[in-house]
Design a protein around this ligand. Structure first.
Ligand code: URA
Length: 437
């Protein structure tokens, strides 16, 4: 029976099955043995299910993360000043990174970051940035580091060599019903953050219908686990828990989100999106010891004095995009087809389900079901009205941007199902639910 040289794998599976704690050496034997092809899928599958059922202690979770982080080539950002990374657990209409990262650069921090592509109903920063024709997420390490030093902002796609053990384990979790397990999610996310090298990591943990974590308690647990992993690894990690029942801002879909991000960088963004970007910037500055009140004021200034927009323009140009589109967002490709969802009766918008909006964008062609699929950057959904707003019968609540009717029927059905109206105004939704650090 295959087993790692120093450990007997069935013994390790039994240990976790019986709820015992692994040592770091045992986790190395399992995880690195697996990535080297010495321990087979069926043994790791059994072990993952034991972890799912019995959990892991904070020390085990931190050790598992460190083992996965060290399984490939990480980024060495030691030569860069005040490095910061940001991660969102995934939402709909979440264009925060497009705004926050140039804000941080304008605030004197360095963002040298790997970002992902969208999958299923959630979007990805790289896809959004590819709305700029010519913009590339592929830079040599030398160019990436030089750009981060010069502009304070460089962003590349996630390398296959970054925490490869996580990629392999995630694929196995996906087919063994072991994805939604707190220590496995926390270690998966944090292994990539530790390997990405930044000193400070700001986490946006989404909670609600459109998010991985459906309740605030689950979100807090995930945030606490990730902050704990980071602290044990000697990093500064701060988490903000934010509502993802409703999409952020008014627009979902790649080019549309870029347009909204550019408006926000000009100080003309929607309130919720602006509030979140400022809150995350405050966490980053606070991690470097800055007073929070002063940090908040400085973060707001970057959105009104053109400094964050200037960083974004320089960043787009440095990675091959046309900076003219930054100043004239109407030039971005937006699909020409329009359709609308109107209020069937008078009342108040009670709910616009984030998951339905994400799935509608996917149906229109703006997202991918499987890795590697091409997407249409121009399609999307506009939330003309947001929860809490009054509507008269026939008022437009949602607008669809489609290409030749592709996926339109499905998208319209999803959006109509995800919309609910009420007779009285619903209680205002809070965007920032908690902080953990
Ligand atoms: N995102 C990750 O990177 N890993 C998980 O396990 C879940 C979400």
């Amino acid at each position: 029976m295959p087993s790692s040289p120093a450990f007997n794998v069935p013994d390790l599976i039994r240990k976790k099955r019986d709820g015992e704690e692994h040592s770091r050496a045992e986790l190395e034997a399992l995880v690195l043995g697996y990535t080297r092809g010495e321990v087979p899928d069926y043994q790791i599958s059994a072990w993952l299910m034991a972890v799912y059922l019995k959990g892991m202690t904070p020390q085990e979770t931190a050790d598992l993360t460190a083992v996965m982080a060290a399984s490939g080539d990480g980024l060495d950002l030691e030569g860069l000043p005040r490095t910061v990374d940001k991660h969102s657990t995934g939402g709909v209409g979440d264009k925060t990174s497009l705004i926050l990262t140039p804000m941080l650069a304008a605030l004197g921090l360095t963002v040298a970051k790997m970002s992902g592509r969208g999958l299923a109903h959630t979007g990805g920063t790289i896809d959004k940035l590819e709305s700029f024709p010519g913009w590339t997420s592929e830079l040599s390490e030398e160019r990436f580091l030089a750009q981060a030093r010069d502009i304070g902002l460089a962003l590349v796609g996630q390398s296959k060599d970054l925490a490869p053990a996580d990629g392999q384990l995630y694929a196995l979790r996906d087919v063994t019903a072991t994805v939604d397990c707190l220590p496995l999610i926390a270690s998966s996310i944090m292994s990539k953050k530790l390997a990405s090298g930044a000193h400070t990591v700001v986490l946006d943990v989404k909670v609600g219908a459109g998010a991985f974590m459906k309740t605030l308690d689950d979100g807090r647990g995930l945030a606490r686990a990730m902050v704990d992993i980071g602290t044990r690894a000697g990093r500064q990690v701060r988490a903000v828990l934010t509502d993802m029942d409703t999409p952020l801002g008014h627009l979902a879909g790649n080019s549309l989100e870029v347009q909204e991000a550019l408006a926000t960088l000009r100080g003309e963004g929607p309130e919720d999106l602006t509030e979140l970007c400022v809150a995350l910037a405050v966490e980053a500055l606070a991690a470097y010891g800055e007073d929070e009140t002063q940090a908040e004021a400085r973060a707001h200034v970057t959105l009104h004095d053109g400094s964050a927009l200037a960083k974004f323009r320089a960043f787009v140009a440095a990675q091959g995009g046309d900076p003219a589109l930054v100043d004239d967002p109407a030039l971005l490709d937006v699909a020409p087809g329009r359709a609308e969802i109107t209020a069937p009766r008078a009342g108040f918008v009670e709910r616009i389900d984030a998951l339905s909006v994400g799935r509608a964008v996917l149906a229109l062609g703006g997202g991918r079901e499987r890795k590697g699929e091409a997407i249409d950057h121009g399609v999307g959904v506009e939330l003309v009205r947001k929860p809490g707003e009054a509507v008269a019968v026939g008022d437009v609540v949602l607008r669809l941007y489609h290409r030749d009717g592709r996926g339109l029927d499905t998208a319209q059905r999803l959006l109509a199902d995800g919309l609910s109206l009420a007779d009285t105004a619903p209680a205002p939704e809070q965007l920032i639910l908690d902080r953990v650090f």
